[in-house]
Design a protein around this ligand. Structure first.
Ligand code: ADP
Ligand code: ZN
Ligand code: ZN
Length: 818
């Protein structure tokens, strides 16, 4: 007899695929990309993804049978499975982790034992023991209970015995159930019943309704709407237009004059009506467009380096338009979807319903709908705009990927695994489809620029702003001297204050950038020097005056602001450094007649948090906006004439080999928010060190100079793009264990990779949420096989895991650590 098997990926962090047994019929029905419910371990049931159907039984274990088939057809394409494989290989993560990251939550089915009341039996309540009675009682109020709830009710973890007893006494039944969370949203529509569609019958109908004026009114409006649009008419829409009640419509439905029907609605909907024309490009944009297309004849990836406000987006739009015309799907990747309502609105104006947004913050339902639309190649999801997880969508015929602001490090997923870089993965994804990739930025990453210089990527530039708007004038303000000369008010130099006054007088807006949130980072005792630390992390707590709290920015731990020093009881406490909140406070005193707004993680919580602040600023309800680096991200404000950087030094001094590159990018991007229209914008950067090379380069917009210096340093000190980096972090709550573990790892790695292993070393913040962290960095020179290197790392990791002393130490591997 023939046996049949499938390989599946389980949504748990396991490296291997598992094999399950199926019967012949199932083998005929199943396809890779379909889900099956399988049992794993003793009691867990998972929806696993089929990757292969075959006839080879596993050697190491006896294959279990599957429980159910969950899908009628594949929900994941073969191309996606290839991308998953690449990601798990390249970023050293398991397939299960990739599956978890890739699938919308609704596809990751949960198994739960569900306990129900046994309705069909009669028993004596008085025979129940205490814990049994508690559960029985709970079931009188709740139709079902989950294991967790049972644990809560009886107040202990081991509940299987009591459940077993209740089962034997026939008090309850148990149902092992897999449920789907996804339910498509249905919208109610209304139409005229068939009999009345002919003109004659309609007139008869209307005539017959002279004594039901309200119903007549509804019908009249239905016809009016119908005359204007061929689209289905929503009940809501009809009620609104005819200004009538649901009861009137209901009676028409009861009389069979109208007919109600339901259609599946898409949650992410374009609400506007008009689809506008795309803009006519100017000569420079046109030239760029022609060059890009020329490169695309024989290159897949093109770097598009255009200064801020040069009109890159309009060039993307033309490329999108062409791809869509050819029937291709387009992916538009952004570092942060929350900050891009402006862009989405702009693209919707051009592409209307063809544009869909995909984002992990959207509800499960919204994501599944976009997913299905992409898989079915629906025209309404032909253009997808999304943050990094959008690379996981089931594209069928991808033609173009735009990676906007490609230099942004938020494209790299930091936690949890897979720690993938969406830009680099997008290049791989594109290759699978023969699609083209545009990497766009005003401040490209060193890696991408290097690739362009090497001829690996095409390279197209836009060096002037659209409409010949001048680049802003950038000046450095030496605050060391200003402090000495007593020309500072709080954290504001007289130069900056004057510039703010000028701008406000002209009714222009101001943006102030401070790379820290909170009131001031640390509280310090002037008597003994103590400053309150987080109890879980190795950082000082940050003062937030709004709530009069000290908060940890790593773990969220917070306490009320103490009245006196916790070490020596002195009441002489002062605050050191400053954050957005303190700047906001100072501004309120300095400019009492103007409205001050603040944009940082604390003020933008919730799905529409950013949007509200951005809108208020756009509408002129805020005169001065203070914010963190969120402000640097591609916002386009018409009326901002001044941008101030409160303190450039804490950016530059960050202990990271990318700190200078990042500082340049950040300051150039924030500066780009100034003077996007008529008048030349102004930027003031306050610093203790105005002669810093990076600041000099920022002030004259010298990207090439910055690139030249950085690439030289990267070469000298063996960093990317010349060497690849893999960071291995050990985490454990025991300090000594972390030390021993990293020592062991470093020694094993140094045996193979010699001096290309750095560390182990504690990072600047070495304890987070009570876990100590220690890092080892492996540098991989060009010419050393990446695959072999990773094989060795995996082997060492496996040996490590086998050591009993190190059990419980978590190892995190980050490839291309950003
Ligand atoms: P970038 O993406 O390079 O920052 P944008 O595409 O946002 O620049 O363009 C900056 C501004 O100039 C936007 O307000 C945009 O509407 C306008 N703009 C760009 N190109 C054109 C064009 N060809 N015609 C009219 N307006 C344009
Ligand atoms: Zn003290
Ligand atoms: Zn903390």
């Amino acid at each position: 007899m023939m046996s049949y098997f499938i390989n599946v990926i389980l949504p748990i962090p396991l490296d291997k695929e598992f094999t399950y047994a199926i019967n012949k019929d199932e083998a005929g029905f199943l396809k890779p990309g379909m889900r099956v419910a399988v049992q794993f371990g003793k009691s867990k049931v998972y929806a696993a993804l089929v990757t292969k159907i075959h006839q080879t039984s596993p050697l190491a274990y006896e294959a279990k049978e599957i429980e159910h088939i969950l899908d009628e057809s594949p929900i994941v394409t073969l191309d996606q499975l290839r991308l998953w494989s690449w990601i798990s290989d390249y970023y050293l993560s398991t397939k299960g982790e990739v599956m978890r990251a890739a699938l919308p939550g609704a596809f990751l089915l949960e198994s739960e034992t569900i306990i129900l009341k046994n309705e069909s039996s009669v028993f004596d309540e008085s025979l129940l023991k205490d814990d049994e009675f508690l559960i029985y009682e709970a079931l009188q109020y709740q139709s079902l209970l989950r294991i967790q709830e049972v644990m809560d009710i009886v107040g202990k973890k081991s509940v299987l015995p009591v459940i077993k007893r209740l089962l034997e006494k026939k008090v309850i039944t148990v149902q092992e159930e897999i449920y789907e969370q996804y339910k498509p949203k249905m919208v109610r529509y209304i139409r005229l019943s068939k009999e009345y569609i002919k003109e004659d019958s309609l007139r008869v109908l209307l005539d017959s309704m002279t004594r039901a004026p309200k119903q007549r009114e509804v019908l009249f409006h239905l016809f009016t709407i119908q005359a204007k649009t061929k689209k289905p008419i929503k009940i809501d829409e009809l009620l609104k237009a005819s200004n009538s009640s649901a009861a009137v419509v209901r009676s028409l439905i009861d009389k069979k004059i109208l007919e109600e029907y339901r259609l599946q609605a898409d949650r992410v909907q374009y609400l506007g009506e008009k689809v506008g024309e795309t803009k006519q490009l100017n000569e420079y944009q046109l030239k760029a467009l022609v060059e890009i297309k020329k490169y695309f004849e024989d290159t897949d990836v093109c770097l598009f380096h255009g200064v801020t406000s040069s009109g890159k987006t309009e060039v993307y739009v033309k490329l999108i338009e062409e791809a869509v015309k050819e029937g291709k799907q387009v992916l538009y990747l952004l570092p942060e979807i929350a900050l891009t309502t402006q862009l989405i609105a702009r693209l919707q104006e051009y592409f209307g319903e063809q544009l869909s947004v995909y984002h992990s913050k959207y509800s499960v339902n919204e994501r599944v709908e976009v997913w299905n639309n992409v898989k079915d190649k629906k025209s309404k999801a032909q253009i997808i705009i999304g943050a990094r997880s959008a690379i996981f969508l089931p594209f069928i015929d991808l033609g173009l990927i735009i990676v906007d602001e490609e230099h942004e490090n938020t494209f790299k997923q930091y936690d949890p695994a897979p720690r993938y870089h969406a830009r680099d993965s997008a290049v791989v994804l594109a290759k699978m489809f023969g699609a083209k990739v545009i990497l766009g930025s005003a401040t490209p990453s060193i890696e991408t620029y290097y690739n362009a210089q090497q001829g690996k990527y095409g390279f197209v530039q836009l060096t002037r702003r659209y409409g010949d708007v001048l680049m802003p004038e950038i000046n450095l303000v030496d605050i060391k001297t200003k402090y000495k000369k007593k020309e500072m008010t709080g954290h504001f130099s007289d130069t900056l204050l004057l510039a703010i006054q000028d701008a406000l007088k002209e009714e222009e807006q101001v943006i102030l950038f401070q790379n820290r949130r909170g009131y001031s980072p640390v509280v310090e005792c002037n008597t003994c020097g103590h400053s309150p630390q987080c109890s879980n992390c190795d950082v000082s707590l940050t003062f937030h005056s709004y709530k009069n709290q000290l908060r940890c920015h790593y773990c969220g731990h917070n306490i009320a602001m103490p009245q006196k020093c916790m070490a020596c009881d002195s009441v002489d406490l002062s605050t050191k450094g400053f954050g957005t909140e303190q700047i906001e406070k100072e501004l309120e005193t300095l400019f009492p007649d103007y409205k001050i707004g603040r944009m940082d993680q604390d003020t933008t919580k919730g799905k529409h948090g950013y949007e509200k602040i951005i809108n208020r600023f756009e509408e002129g309800e805020i005169d001065i906006l203070v914010g963190t680096q969120m402000l640097s991200k591609g916002l386009d404000f018409r009326n901002v004439s001044l941008v101030g950087v409160m303190n450039a030094d804490n950016l530059l001094n960050f202990p990271d080999f990318r700190a200078h590159e990042r500082s340049y990018q950040l300051m150039q991007q924030v500066s780009g928010r100034a003077g996007r229209t008529k008048k030349r914008g102004k930027v003031l950067i306050q610093t203790y060190n105005p002669y810093h090379q990076i600041l000099q380069q920022v002030s004259v917009n010298d990207y090439l100079g910055m690139y030249g210096d950085q690439i030289e340093e990267r070469y000298q000190y063996k960093y990317p793009p010349f060497y690849k980096l893999i960071k291995i972090t050990s985490r454990h709550k025991d300090y000594n264990k972390v030390n021993e573990a990293t020592d062991w790892l470093a020694k094993s790695l140094k045996n193979v990779f010699k001096k290309n292993v750095l560390g182990p070393e504690f990072p600047p913040v070495s304890r987070i949420r009570n876990q100590y962290h220690k890092n080892i960095i492996i540098k991989i020179p060009q010419g050393q096989s990446l695959n072999k290197t990773k094989e060795i790392i995996k082997k060492i990791n496996t040996s490590f895991k086998a050591i009993k002393d190190f059990s419980g130490v978590r190892i995190v591997i980050n490839v291309d650590n950003y």
